[in-house]
Design a protein around this ligand. Structure first.
Ligand code: LER
Ligand code: MN
Length: 276
């Protein structure tokens, strides 16, 4: 089990609500490495504006891995989603996902996340809209396979999306898409709102072999230890089942972006070292 944290990429000038660390891009990479993180999750909005070769070199120079490439900033910064009501915007979002996968392949990133970027049903026919998303993700997973990467669908709490809110729904959706390159990402913050049992939902996801990524945030979306989620029991469940993937901090930058990053690794290290 490895620790990463979400940082935004240089083309994003706006503040991404759940990205960590302050300073320029290279400064943030250095801070992540100095704190002891093994990887970074890159929150990317416009991959075409990025110089992949230099980003790849900067990450390698800091001795870091790319844990995942997150698509959430496309929705948060550019308000573009896969389920946009206008067809032209949906096409633009699909094009953006293609570009994100190309960027991820060039970076040798293993995963692209599908969280807020999927959008909402927003009053349309639920079955039909679900079918639209399933078709988009099936095609995207096929392209991901060709690029040697994988996609992870993230259940989001009911206030942030109206399609796939919990692990059971996430697994059912992954099953419906039925592609070996689509798996699940469980975010502890969302799970705490939606799940009957935190350990139960992790066990359920782990049993399928499709849990490929985890986002960390406490019940109030502050760094682990600042809310009431029991991270010791979650790490124990992950550890028992031999989870070797990343736990990636994606949380509110409070009291400030650097302190939140330091608090997260300081708190999580005790469980990860104890359980391995
Ligand atoms: C949004 O709340 C979230 O958890 C992100 O991972 C969305 O992409
Ligand atoms: Mn998340």
């Amino acid at each position: 089990m490895k620790l990463a944290l979400a940082i935004s990429t240089p083309e994003i000038k706006a503040t991404v609500p759940v990205a960590l660390l302050s300073g320029g891009f290279v400064e943030r990479l250095r801070k992540a490495a100095d704190l002891g993180y093994e990887g970074v999750e890159l929150m990317v909005a416009r991959p075409d504006e990025l110089d992949v070769a230099s980003i790849r070199a900067q990450i390698a120079d800091c001795g870091l891995e790319v844990a995942a490439v997150g698509s959430g900033a496309i929705a948060m910064v550019d308000q573009l989603t896969l389920l946009a009501t206008e067809e032209a915007l949906r096409a633009q979002a699909i094009h953006r996902l293609d570009a994100l996968m190309e960027f991820s392949q060039a970076l040798q990133a293993p995963l692209v996340t599908i969280g807020s970027f999927r959008g909402r049903i927003a009053g349309r026919d639920a079955q039909a809209t679900r079918g639209v998303l399933a078709a988009i993700l099936r095609t995207a997973a096929e392209k991901a396979q060709q690029r040697g990467i994988r996609l992870v669908l993230e259940p989001l709490n009911r206030y942030e999306s109206d399609i796939v809110n919990n692990v059971e729904e996430g697994l059912a959706f992954v099953e419906e898409v039925g592609h070996p390159h689509l798996g699940l990402l469980v975010d502890t913050f969302h799970a705490n709102i939606e799940e009957a049992s935190m350990t139960g939902c992790f066990r359920q996801a782990l049993q399928t072999g499709r849990l490929w990524h985890v986002h960390l945030g406490d019940s109030n979306r502050l760094p682990p230890g600042q809310g009431h989620i029991d991270f010791a029991e979650i790490v124990a469940v992950l550890s028992e089942s031999g989870y070797k993937e990343y736990l990636s901090a994606e949380l509110l930058p409070r009291p400030d972006p650097d302190t939140a990053a330091a608090m997260t690794i300081g708190y999580m290290r005790q469980f990860i070292l104890c359980s391995e």
